[in-house]
Each structure stands twice: as structure tokens, then as C-alpha cells.
Design a protein around this ligand. Structure first.
Ligand SMILES: *Cc1c(COP(=O)(O)O)cnc(C)c1O
Length: 452
């Protein structure tokens, strides 16, 4: 089981060939879900005392199990937020798996942490965060938001204690209604209260509406404000500059959730939308969304990493050897053991250069603009709003919820596209999220044609 014998060598070749073949397919098959009974019928009991052998298990995976998983990197996968890793990033994931790296501490993973931090630095510089900013790659935006809010609360409690205040400690978070569901989840787990702020006429959180809520509820009751840089459903970027100003004025932690939209920082055509992000106390972006890294990868950055360390560092005698290191990623989120999940992004950035990232993101924005123009041109379609980023939400005139669902089901059954409907103010509508640079104008036209 351990040791590199002839069987292992044959398996190694087969695995590398499988991975290469999968990457060469363009487009990859879209595939789709099967029921438990269907899978049980073709796969049976896969885990036995004797084992089936690697080649057989690989064949079973390729022939049956992989086909029951949607290809998120398919150019016509436009639901949720797709994942479209670069070839270099996807390939390097194999290297990370083969390398036996513990990336929780500098002592054990210095080289990996050094490289991950270079990738974090690139993101921090895009946002205009100060040189001392830093953080860690965590599994996803949900976890990134959560740990940023925990750090915010710890910082607020420390200030509360230091001030000698006898009043209650701050327990609230403010965000607009369009903020991601993970913000509410985090608040529930933290037993904090999420206070919704009315958005402006562009569905953005802005400073004026935030100030009204803070004044009504009492600014001292809040430990964080969450602004979204690219809402998931519409791609809306909040008015970060005015929100940042109000946060500074009241001394409240300013967190920016850019899980999807943060990547737009690298695109000059939309960079102006992010003005004010440089004031963030914490910021997240998921490279597995629009920065072409494989699952699962969220960059979590803090303006003052010491405040996050105060919240997240674990203390145990067996960990004493780790203290005073250059940088222990484990100090910046919950969890001791971590995979070097930032390395595929780092390798891809090092391979292609950041200009290629800018070009790829701009390309997706170009295809988005094309989709908007096509929707405007077709009398049976209507956009709900102009896209800030690369999400387009639109209605098919005359369709009800069932029509959208039947259309979506049929697209997937034909393996033509994966486009699930969404809803807005109770109305079922269609939505494209375009983050895959291999999605073309022809893909958009082909899908819209099916709605005629
Ligand atoms: C996707 C998303 C999240 C959650 O990220 P996961 O990586 O799926 O956990 C949070 N916020 C926004 C704005 C998102 O788009």
C-alpha cells in the first residue's frame, strides 16, 4: 500500500494520462446527476476487504462516477458561480497532493506559505491594502466571511474592555439584504444579530442608509459592517467608499465580501466600482470563482493581521515550537491542519503572469456585455438591470416558474447547457454567471435561441 512497486507505476501512468485527457477535452462533457439507485446499480459496493485495484477503481470513476458530476468548467455551465481553473492551476493541484506539505505553520511549510503569501500579496495590492496586510487561504467564502467576522468581534470586545465601558458588548452586524446567505449563517453560529440595511435605488448598500441604521440602533451595538463587492445573484458592488467612510467615523470593522466579485479588481474596465475597498479591515475573494483556481480556495485578508491572530491562535504546549515564526497561516482562521490550497493559484500566477489574468477577466466581461446586447435585441427577453460585473439576470416574457424549470431541465438533459433559474422579488427569472473565459458569444447565442 505504501511503496512504489510496478503496480503503482502503472497506476501513476494511468492517473497522469487520465488527468491529461480530462484537461485536453474541449468542451468537456457537461454530464449530470444520477440517482443513488442508478449509481448503486453501476458501481455496486466499491469498498471491500481485498480492494478492486487502482486501475479498476480509476475506470469505475471515469466511466461512471465522474459522469454523474457536472463539469463546473464547461463553457455553458452558467449557473451559480462556475469554476474554470487554468491548466497550470489544475495540474499543480496534483503536485500539491503528491508533496506531503502541512501548510499550517512556517516551521513545516515555509516554502509553500511563502508562495501562498505572494499570491495573497498580489490580491492585497489589487485592493490597495497596506504592506502589513496578510491572511490565509481558507476553503471558501462562507468560511472566510465567518472568520473575518469572528476577528472583528474579538477586536471589538478587546476595545470594549480597554475602554472600561460598563455597557453591553457589541453584538450586531450590518449588511444589505442582498448580502450572501453565509453572512446570516455566520451571525447565527456566532449568536450575533444581523441587521438589514435598506439598499439604495441601485440596490447598493451606501453610507447614508448605513448611518441611519447605526444611529437608530446605536453605533456601539455593532462590531462589523459587511459590504458586498459583487452580490452573487446580480453582481452588484456596494458603494464601498461611502460605507468605508461611515465605518471609519464610528470605528466599526469594515468587512468586504468579494467572494465572487473581488476578482474584478484586476480588470481595469470595472476597477472604479471598487473605490473605497482599500479601507477594508478584512476582505475575501474566492479564487475558485473568478480567479481560475480549482476548488476549494478563498483568500482571506486582514488589514491588521495581529487582530486576527488575537482571535484565532490556538495555544497548547505541543504547539509552543510554532510561536515566533515568520507567518503561521493557522493563526488567521480556525483549524490547525491545512492543505496548501493557495498553491495552484500561486503556480498559475507565476506561470502566466498577472496580465493574462486581467485579459481573461476582461474577456468574460466582454462576453457579458455581448449577452446583455443580445438580450436587449430579442423582443422576447428583458434584462432586470444593467450588469455591474459578469452576472446577467433576465426574464423571458410570458414565462412562469414552471416554464423556466422545464427549459432548464431540458438544457441539461440535452447536455447543451447548465442554466438554472433564480428568483427576484418573488419572480422566477433566468441568470447567467460568466466567469469562464472559454465561454464564447456563440455559447450565449445558442442558449438564448432555445428561449425563443
Ligand atoms: C459564493 C459566495 C460566498 C460563499 O462562498 P463559498 O466559497 O461558496 O463558501 C459568499 N459571498 C459571496 C458574495 C459569494 O458569491
Amino acid at each position: 500500500m505504501h511503496g512504489f512497486d510496478a503496480d503503482t507505476e502503472a497506476l501513476g501512468e494511468a492517473i497522469l494520462m487520465y488527468a491529461e485527457k480530462r484537461m485536453r477535452l474541449h468542451p468537456v462533457p457537461l454530464d449530470g446527476p444520477k440517482t443513488f439507485d442508478e449509481l448503486q446499480a453501476v458501481a455496486g459496493n466499491t469498498i471491500t476487504a481485498e480492494g478492486m485495484g487502482g486501475l479498476a477503481a480509476l475506470k469505475l470513476f471515469g466511466d461512471q462516477l465522474a459522469k454523474a458530476c457536472l463539469s463546473n468548467d464547461h463553457p455553458r455551465y452558467l449557473s451559480f458561480i462556475p469554476c474554470a481553473p487554468t491548466e497550470a492551476a489544475a495540474m499543480f493541484d496534483l503536485v500539491v497532493g503528491a508533496s506531503g506539505i502541512y501548510a499550517g505553520s512556517w516551521l513545516e511549510g515555509a516554502g509553500a506559505v511563502f508562495a501562498e503569501n505572494a499570491a495573497l500579496r498580489w490580491i492585497a495590492d489589487l485592493a490597495g491594502l497596506p504592506p502589513e496586510a496578510g491572511g490565509v487561504f481558507v476553503p471558501g467564502g462562507t468560511i472566510g466571511n465567518f472568520w473575518a467576522l469572528v476577528a472583528a468581534r474579538t477586536a471589538a470586545r478587546a476595545r470594549h474592555t480597554a475602554s472600561g465601558s460598563t455597557g453591553p458588548r457589541p453584538t450586531k452586524v450590518a449588511a444589505q439584504m442582498g448580502a450572501h446567505s453565509s453572512i446570516l449563517s455566520a451571525c447565527e453560529v456566532m449568536d450575533a444579530e444581523l441587521v438589514g440595511v435598506r439598499s439604495d435605488e441601485h440596490q447598493r448598500l451606501n453610507g447614508d442608509n448605513l448611518r441611519t441604521i447605526l444611529e437608530t440602533e446605536g453605533p456601539d451595538t455593532f462590531f462589523a459592517v459587511v459590504a458586498t463587492a459583487g452580490t452573487t445573484n446580480f453582481g452588484i458592488v456596494d458603494d464601498l467608499a461611502s460605507v468605508a467612510e461611515v465605518c471609519r467615523e464610528y470605528g466599526i470593522w469594515f468587512h468586504v465580501d468579494g467572494a465572487y466579485g473581488g476578482a474584478g479588481l484586476a480588470a481595469p474596465s470595472v476597477r472604479r466600482l471598487y473605490a473605497g475597498i482599500e479601507h477594508a479591515d478584512s476582505f475575501i475573494v474566492d479564487p475558485h470563482k473568478w480567479l481560475f483556481a480549482p476548488f476549494d480556495c478563498c483568500a482571506l485578508l486582514y488589514r491588521e493581521p495581529a487582530l486576527a491572530r488575537a482571535a484565532h491562535t490556538q495555544k497548547a504546549s505541543y504547539l509552543d515550537v510554532l510561536t515566533d515564526a515568520e507567518w503561521n497561516p493557522t493563526d488567521y482562521s480556525i483549524g490547525l491542519t491545512r492543505r496548501a490550497r493557495g498553491l495552484p493559484l500561486w503556480f498559475s500566477l507565476a506561470t502566466y503572469g498577472t496580465a493574462a489574468y486581467t485579459a481573461a477577466i476582461e474577456r468574460t466581461l466582454e462576453v457579458t456585455r455581448f449577452a446583455e446586447a443580445e438580450i436587449a435585441r430579442r423582443p422576447y427577453l428583458e434584462a432586470l438591470r444593467e450588469a455591474d460585473l459578469s452576472v446577467v439576470v433576465f426574464r423571458r416574457l410570458g414565462w412562469e416558474a414552471d416554464d423556466y424549470q422545464a427549459w432548464s431541465d431540458e438544457l441539461l438533459r440535452e447536455e447543451l447547457a447548465f442554466v438554472v433559474p433564480t428568483s427576484h422579488e418573488g419572480e422566477t427569472v433566468a441568470r447567467f454567471a460568466i466567469v469562464n473565459p472559454t465561454t464564447t458569444e456563440d455559447d450565449i447565442t445558442a442558449i438564448l435561441d432555445t428561449m425563443a
